[in-house]
Design a protein around this ligand. Structure first.
Ligand SMILES: NC(=O)C1=CN([C@@H]2O[C@H](COP(=O)(O)OP(=O)(O)OC[C@H]3O[C@@H](n4cnc5c(N)ncnc54)[C@H](OP(=O)(O)O)[C@@H]3O)[C@@H](O)[C@H]2O)C=CC1
Ligand SMILES: O=C(O)C1=N[C@H](C(=O)O)C[C@H](O)C1
Length: 326
């Protein structure tokens, strides 16, 4: 029998443990399997309405593959090229009937320049790693290729500065899932309208993701920024990040089949005198909502580029507000 070890830091008492399946309450878990991944067969059922070339960077990884599949399913033209942090990988990734060629860092600028020559309307979608956010963005800006940055982490201020300085088009968001974007939009709205409404409240945050996730959740950071505007007090060092599969199964209640791909977030607020508490939670199993949202983002950005919109930098709330999320 597996033992339940305490996470490095826990809330006291941990809301997940308090209501976890070990003590008989309904655990915050996905009750059914994630929606089936979009398949090539659904392409005809759900045409994108527009078609353009899309290059998905990070196709050796999980999000890259999911976005590339969702893009082809929506009838977009997947450029059969993607980049890796590894040199001489000599690898192709099969997406439907397309063989995507993987190139190492030394080839990326030449290869991307050739792609832009051949496909001047191309939109790049980036799902790589936190430590490549800024260097990849620099390259896209240098070559003037519009991009969707789904990858989280890196130096976000520098990322925005690179886009501003180059006057390139970009859509940047730590969260592509429509319903979570709507939650984030609601948080931004109340923070804007009622600053200080939660003045003095203590905020505690837990986030659980697959063991391979390298950074702290970008979504959690964005939500925390809203709670801070509302006056809540939060110490980023006390964020509870759960990456251990055993804890995810037995404490958080992540279904076993989603240990390799989930995003469970919990925000707990307590009043200064402990008499009032609030809890917000969003639990996602699998990656399909991000993949679909990323294609929505690419379609949105493509339209903005084609119409030469003077605004250059967007986020997913812009996409949601314009009714462009499926
Ligand atoms: N915005 C959103 O809604 C979401 C964002 N994310 C974010 O997306 C990112 C990727 O997540 P996920 O797919 O799960 O992670 P994975 O680890 O599965 O994939 C990332 C891939 O990036 C590749 N990579 C690393 N460095 C570079 C580089 N310099 N150039 C090109 N490729 C590189 C790695 O491959 P190799 O070893 O071959 O280099 C790896 O396969 C994370 O930052 C995550 O937080 C994830 C889900 C939703
Ligand atoms: O890495 C992930 O998986 C996810 N990353 C994003 C984040 O850092 O917030 C979005 C979601 O949590 C999934």
């Amino acid at each position: 029998m597996l033992s339940l070890r305490a996470p490095p830091r826990t809330l006291s008492p941990s809301p997940w443990r308090r209501r976890g399946r070990l003590d008989g309450f309904a655990a915050p878990r996905c009750v059914s399997a994630a929606p089936p991944a979009t398949t090539l067969e659904t392409a005809t059922a759900r045409p994108a309405g527009v078609s353009f070339p899309i290059l998905v960077n990070g196709c050796t990884g999980k999000m890259g593959v999911s976005v590339a599949e969702a893009a082809t399913s929506r009838g977009l033209h997947l450029v059969p090229v993607s980049f890796s942090s590894r040199e001489n990988l000599d690898k192709t990734i099969q997406i439907g009937d397309i063989d995507v060629e993987i190139y190492g860092p030394s080839a990326r600028e030449d290869v991307l320049s050739s792609v832009i020559d051949e496909f001047p309307d191309v939109i790049v979608v980036d799902y790589t790693a936190p430590n490549s956010v800024n260097s990849n963005a620099e390259l896209y800006c240098k070559l003037g290729v519009p991009f969707v940055m789904g990858t989280t982490g890196g130096d976000q201020q520098l990322l925005y500065k690179s886009v501003q300085d180059s006057n390139n088009y970009a859509l940047i968001s730590p969260q592509m899932g429509k319903q979570v974007v709507a939650f984030l939009a609601a948080m931004e709205t109340i923070a804007e309208q009622f600053p200080g409404a939660f003045s003095g409240y203590r905020l505690e945050v837990l986030e659980s993701h697959q063991a391979g996730k390298l950074d702290t959740s970008g979504t959690a950071k964005a939500v925390i920024a809203c709670f801070e505007k509302l006056g809540a007090v939060f110490d980023m060092d006390r964020m509870v990040k759960i990456r251990d599969p055993e804890q995810q199964l037995y404490m958080v209640g992540v279904p076993e089949e989603h240990i390799e791909g989930h995003a469970f977030h919990l925000y707990h607020l307590t009043s200064p005198d402990d008499s009032v508490s609030f809890e917000f939670q969003h639990n996602v199993c699998g990656r399909s909502i991000y993949a679909e949202g990323s294609v929505d983002a690419a379609v949105f950005l493509y339209k903005k580029v084609q119409s030469m919109d003077p605004k250059r930098i967007y986020n997913m709330i812009d996409v949601l507000q314009e009714g462009d999320m499926r």
